[in-house]
Design a protein around this ligand. Structure first.
Ligand code: ZN
Length: 384
């Protein structure tokens, strides 16, 4: 009898360990891998840059943002090692099973199991809005405990102050909060009140599947904006929130470019002419986004850039500049977004090195690595 009890307890312990530790940590380690270690090169030019990255899904994972981790891509120490001035933290709230680049249904969801395995609060097990608010809260707690090293950027003024203070303290890192898919609004524009109050400033209409707002290029129908979607665009404009068209269907991109009175970003993508893929942007889309005064962030994973090193990122950036002009070009790693990237945040100097080797001018390097994004955000974030 006693032996049986021991066996049952051991089995329960084993199951618990598997579910609450191995699942989240194993998935994180396996899904967010890197191809090479950052060498932390002391390239003087990289230390002078003001680096901005437009997309990382770090808040999804069970990690301490303030401690240098052994898995995944981003935390404060690694951002500091990579000399990143501003990181956009994007929040994922739903991810269908069997994810692919062509067509995903919204019927299934992998985040539910991750939410339970990571012991998220009960409300966040089911509600997509609660998941978004919970991850925003996680960022808020990290910022609070960071002794001023990690700063929340919600307004133009916040960004101006960060850039000013970084002159004395280059270890300061800004954090901007983004939402990957407006399905987290749960069908109601009034959810924007809560999301805006929680600090979200950059919002995408869709992620990997069609939402109530618009079609996704990886959805089943790939339609344009719904009626709610059109109202969403106008409401985003009115609130001075930034629209992110990463993952949006071609029709949605065209319609938003016509409807929106403010420029848009595509935070993390590749380019069709360099790397043909259903998800990547056409030259015509590059021109449209550039003409709006927008930004396009190039990702660091193989399916985006058809390559496994920073020279491949450089090739996409070169094409982007040739087609859309230098002002549109930016970085959108997709760190911690279920992708294998070239390096983690600590190794970003390797990208600067690759850009130098690929004969980018110093002005182009500064623009691409962060100045374009800073100029955009200083104009587009809510004032003051
Ligand atoms: Zn994404």
């Amino acid at each position: 009898m006693k032996r049986l009890l021991v066996i049952i307890l051991c089995s329960l312990f084993g199951l618990g360990l598997f579910f609450f530790w191995l699942i989240p940590h194993g998935v994180d380690r396996f899904q967010n891998a890197i191809l090479q270690n950052g060498t932390g090169t002391s390239l003087p030019l990289h230390r002078e840059l003001r680096v901005v990255d437009l997309h990382a899904d770090t808040l999804l994972w069970d990690r301490d943002l303030l401690v240098r981790g052994a898995r995944g891509h981003v935390d404060l120490p690694r951002l500091q090692e990579g000399n990143v001035a501003l990181q956009v933290f994007s929040v994922v709230t739903k991810s269908p099973r069997g994810l692919n680049t062509e067509a995903n249904s919204s019927a299934t969801d992998n985040i539910s199991i991750l939410a339970v395995a990571q012991r998220w609060p009960l409300g966040a097990w089911k509600s997509l809005l609660e998941r978004a608010l919970y991850q925003a809260d996680k960022l808020g707690r990290a910022i609070q405990d960071s002794e001023g090293q990690l700063r929340w950027i919600k307004t133009r003024k916040d960004l101006e102050m960060l850039l000013e203070d970084r002159k004395q303290n280059p270890g300061l890192v800004g954090a901007l909060l983004a939402l990957e898919g407006a399905h987290a609004l749960e069908g109601s524009l009034s959810s924007l009140n809560l999301l805006e109050a929680a600090g979200f400033r950059l919002l995408a209409p869709t992620h990997m599947f069609d939402s109530e707002i618009s079609g996704s290029q990886q959805g089943q129908d790939k339609g344009g904006l719904s009626e709610l979607g059109r109202a969403w665009v106008l409401e985003m404009n009115r609130r001075q929130l930034i629209i992110d068209l990463a993952h949006a269907s071609s029709r949605t991109i065209t319609e938003v470019l016509v409807l929106s009175t403010r420029p848009v970003v595509v935070s993390h993508t590749g380019l069709n002419a360099v790397c043909p893929s259903n998800r990547n942007l056409s030259d015509e889309q590059i021109k449209g986004i550039a003409a709006s005064g927008g930004l396009i962030g190039i990702g660091y994973w193989d399916e985006a850039i058809c390559g496994r090193d920073y020279h491949a990122v450089a090739r996409s950036l070169r094409h982007l500049i040739e087609v859309g002009g230098v002002r549109v070009a930016a970085l959108g790693s997709d760190w911690d977004g279920f992708v294998t990237t070239v390096t983690d945040a600590s190794g970003l100097a390797e990208l600067t090195k690759a850009l130098v080797e690929e004969k980018f001018t110093e002005d182009e390097i500064r623009a691409v690595m962060g100045e374009n994004a800073l100029r955009f955000l200083l104009e587009q974030l809510p004032s003051p």
